[in-house]
Design a protein around this ligand. Structure first.
Ligand SMILES: Cc1ncc(COP(=O)(O)O)c(C=O)c1O
Length: 391
């Protein structure tokens, strides 16, 4: 048998760690598997170096939104026309792919993003609405001709990944563990067709604030030359192919000092869609409005949660076409997303004109942010059943 870091014929080796699977004790149940971690997980040099501390050695006060490699990832595979069955945790590391993998050649891939928190009161971990991400991945998989894990499989994989990387979850108030599930066409394919094999993978990284502004208000610019999505396209699903095309406009905007771009619809070029990785809301005359999901924007889980929270707090919320001109006299604008949570927008620039919004302590966006975060970190009772709790 070849040593692990020697390339096998026909594969690109991106890895030193392929095949280093951790075999969970399936028979004894999830809880006892993880509570007997030291018995179940192989001891490595790094285990000894780091000891078995509750927290990894991370500067928790300076977490940005960047990759910090953690200990474990979860992998599950299935062939085309088959169903995913049992997956496994493995050491976090690179993966091996055929040069003709569907994902590399034709972009057959999806990703998700969700967060796990340490409960602010007492012990325990909370994952926010993992079933919603599972369902969204299923919708995306159908669009991209891929088999998807069941909701239970998805949620179980997320929980396993979170528990296995528990020491990387920031202390309460310092950030969260960002969990990134992927669904990839990993099998080889030459002519354009669905791949022959699929890989579902979950990894995680501790994160702080998404924008460099931290919790400070952000500045957007309306992009009216590049379009993110078009009717009949894939804007409404979280396919990997939606993101690289955004980079050029995003980098140009950042060079000019803006935090992010705000996209318009590609047909009329006048209706708000979303920012590069978050949804948008405006407040006018006490009414909150957000663009309706018509297949060209992502139905954000944070967007849905904020709509519900806002209605519970007595605000009127409309999901409809929102014209760019409504930005001219809006009182507030804010964006929502797993990574950004709720980010107040200080200004939006459109055709050289800068429009400013209320981001003060009295802003509705701040109220909504606090209400959402309180549920996410277990500060208030979760009456909606949105959080999945683990020990
Ligand atoms: C394009 C886009 N819009 C909106 C969102 C916000 O979605 P969510 O609230 O589910 O994170 C994301 C992030 O996933 C995104 O990539």
């Amino acid at each position: 048998m070849l040593p692990r870091n020697v390339p096998r014929r026909g594969s690109i080796v991106f890895t030193k760690l392929v095949g280093d699977f951790i075999k969970p004790h399936w028979g004894v149940g999830r809880r006892s598997f993880f509570t007997s971690r030291s018995a179940s997980f192989p001891q490595t040099a790094s285990d000894h170096e780091r000891g078995d501390d509750e927290y990894a050695n991370v500067d928790w006060d300076n977490l940005g939104f960047r990759l910090t490699a953690t200990d474990y990832m979860y992998i599950m595979k299935c062939s085309q026309d088959d169903e995913f069955s049992q997956g496994q945790l493995s050491r976090y590391g690179n993966i091996e792919l055929s040069p003709s993998a569907g994902v590399l050649n034709y972009g057959q891939g999806l990703f998700e993003g969700l967060k796990a928190y340490r409960k602010v009161n007492g012990s325990g971990l909370l994952v926010f609405r993992p079933e919603e991400n599972a369902r969204r991945m299923q919708i995306g998989a159908d669009r991209m001709c891929m088999p998807a894990p069941s909701v239970d499989q998805f949620v179980d994989a997320v929980k396993q990944t979170v528990l296995a990387n528990k020491r990387w979850i920031p202390p309460p108030g310092k950030g969260s563990l960002y969990v990134r599930p992927l669904l990839l066409g990993s099998g080889p394919v030459l002519g354009l067709a669905p791949a022959s094999e699929y890989t579902f993978l979950v990894y995680a990284a501790p994160v702080g604030n998404y924008f460099k502004e931290g919790l400070e208000p952000i500045n957007l610019i309306v992009e009216d030359e590049t379009f993110r999505a078009s009717p009949g396209g894939t804007g409404g699903v979280k396919t990997i192919t939606n993101y690289a095309p955004v980079l050029k406009a995003q980098l140009q905007a950042k060079k000019k000092g803006f935090t992010d771009i705000l996209f318009l619809d590609s047909e009329d070029k006048k209706y708000l869609e979303e920012a590069s990785s978050c949804n948008i809301f405006i407040l006018k005359n006490g009414v909150l409005s957000t663009p309706s999901t018509r297949g060209t924007i992502l139905a954000g889980i944070t967007r849905g949660s904020i709509i519900e929270i806002a209605r519970d707090l007595g605000y009127q919320v409309e999901e409809r076409l929102v014209s760019v001109e409504e930005l001219f006299d809006a009182e507030e604008v804010f964006t929502t997303g797993t990574a950004v949570v709720v980010a107040p927008v200080s200004s939006i620039t459109y055709r050289g004109q800068r429009y400013k919004y209320n981001c003060g302590g009295d802003a509705v966006s701040r109220r909504l942010y606090k209400a959402l975060v309180a549920i996410q970190i277990g500060q208030v009772e979760d009456k909606k059943g949105w959080t999945a709790e683990m020990d």
